[in-house]
Design a protein around this ligand. Structure first.
Ligand SMILES: NC(=O)C1=CN([C@@H]2O[C@H](COP(=O)(O)OP(=O)(O)OC[C@H]3O[C@@H](n4cnc5c(N)ncnc54)[C@H](O)[C@@H]3O)[C@@H](O)[C@H]2O)C=CC1
Ligand SMILES: CC(=O)C(=O)O
Ligand SMILES: [Mg+2]
Length: 372
């Protein structure tokens, strides 16, 4: 198979879809790998590293899209990339379609087959291709939140760990999955007083067993959230209902109940955000203020630490990528129901129910599509 990896073009996105190690494994199995020139530079992988792995460097994204059977990326295809996708081509990347009708319609009309990293599942009920980036974004959230809390950035001027004689910052994390757990660990490590809210009792039991008194946990209800945000210096949004638009858990009216200069970090922004006042921002211009409350809503947080993120993502995607290349998407998905869970679009049909529900589009079962 011809596997193509273009350079990411989302603003300030320095990750790349394939590492030289992944390219080398694909080449060793007889596949041809095309990398757009300088695609890996932002992650510290130069063209020579890919050529040493047996990949071919091509000059333009247009050539990658025109030649490859499978396109491997990190971020959802941008409008100019969507125009280059074609019928029968396989796209393997993050998509986050539920809050993105334009992208969804473009993918449907391209005729391509699109497998979304964020809905591929595993036997333990997890999301193995989302997890590494959730680990990164979770660990970054208290870091960027504490920067936003600084006075010069519009925050209330509170130090995470406090100092002797002055108490620490109060941090509330809504959602105790991968992002939430990593965010809580780092915030607690910085000395903050942390409470994690989740709707899953098994998850709360797990957090209690593993982390003991390192941070508090509480069952997530509208009432508990309303009470906790009033005293919070930082609220981190980390909820997920796989594939679906994020539920709005803090309303605009509630901002006036919070302390002026408190910070909302909405990591769930790639699924539309879990605060009513969230709108996606970029690394170039990451924060804004609404009703005295600072918001940080960068939809590609891991791009800030591109080298760590590219290697972590590549470790997780490689076995799936090799299976897709070796067998073709249909056989690979027939053999692995967890990979089939990643199928969002095929030949003009939407194949993921939560996306169809969010956007009001009819859905065809992926099980039907792979048998056609
Ligand atoms: N902005 C960025 O750069 C990045 C964003 N993300 C996003 O972060 C979000 C979270 O991802 P993960 O932690 O991997 O998901 P996860 O599935 O591991 O965790 C989500 C948690 O939210 C909980 N939850 C659902 N509804 C809730 C509610 N009403 N109240 C409290 N908890 C609730 C679930 O029980 C689950 O424990 C996703 O939208 C993901 O796409 C992930 C990586 C990077
Ligand atoms: C998960 C995701 O969208 C990201 O890493 O950018
Ligand atoms: Mg994202």
């Amino acid at each position: 198979m011809k596997i193509g990896c273009p350079k990411e073009i989302k603003p300030q996105e320095f990750r790349v879809g394939m590492t030289p190690n992944a390219a080398q494994e694909a080449v060793a199995r007889g596949h041809e790998v095309l990398i757009e020139t300088d695609a890996g530079m932002g992650s510290g992988f130069d063209n020579d590293a890919y050529m040493a792995a047996g990949a071919r460097i091509v000059d333009t994204a247009a050539e990658v899209f025109a030649t490859a059977d499978m396109i491997v990326k990190v971020k959802e295809p941008q409008a100019v990339e969507r125009k280059m996708l074609r019928e029968g081509q396989l796209l393997f990347t993050y998509l986050h379609l539920a809050p993105d009708p334009d992208q969804t319609h473009d993918l449907l009309s391209s005729g391509c087959t699109a497998i979304a990293y964020e809905t591929v599942t595993d036997a333990a009920g997890g999301l193995p291709l989302l997890a590494p980036m959730s680990e990164v974004a979770g660990r970054l959230a208290p870091q960027v939140g504490s920067w936003t809390l600084q006075k010069a950035n519009g925050g209330r001027g509170v130090l995470m760990g406090g100092v002797p004689g002055v108490g620490p910052a109060k941090v509330v994390v809504i959602g105790g999955g991968v992002v939430g757990t990593h965010a809580a660990k780092i915030a607690a490590g910085m000395g903050a007083d942390v409470t994690v809210l989740d709707r899953s009792l098994p998850r709360l039991r797990y957090l209690d067993d593993v982390f003991g008194n390192t941070f508090n946990n509480q069952y997530s209800t509208a009432g508990a959230t309303a009470e906790l945000i009033q005293t919070a210096d930082m609220v981190i949004g980390a909820v997920l209902i796989p594939g679906a638009a994020a539920p709005k858990l803090v309303t605009r009216a509630q901002l006036s109940t919070m302390k002026p200069g408190a910070v909302l970090v909405d990591v769930a922004i790639d699924q539309g955000g879990c605060f009513e006042t969230s709108k996606a921002t970029t690394h170039a211009d990451p924060i804004y203020e609404v009703d005295g409350i600072m918001h940080y809503c960068v939809a590609n947080m891991p791009g800030a630490v591109a080298r760590t993120s590219t290697i972590a993502l590549g470790n997780a995607t490689m076995p799936f990528l090799l299976s897709l290349a070796d067998k073709g998407w249909k056989q690979a998905c027939q053999d692995d129901p967890h990979l089939l869970a990643g199928l969002n679009v095929h030949a003009g049909q939407l194949t993921y129910y939560a996306v169809g529900k969010a956007l009001g589009i009819d859905v065809v079962s992926p099980n039907v599509v792979i048998k056609s």
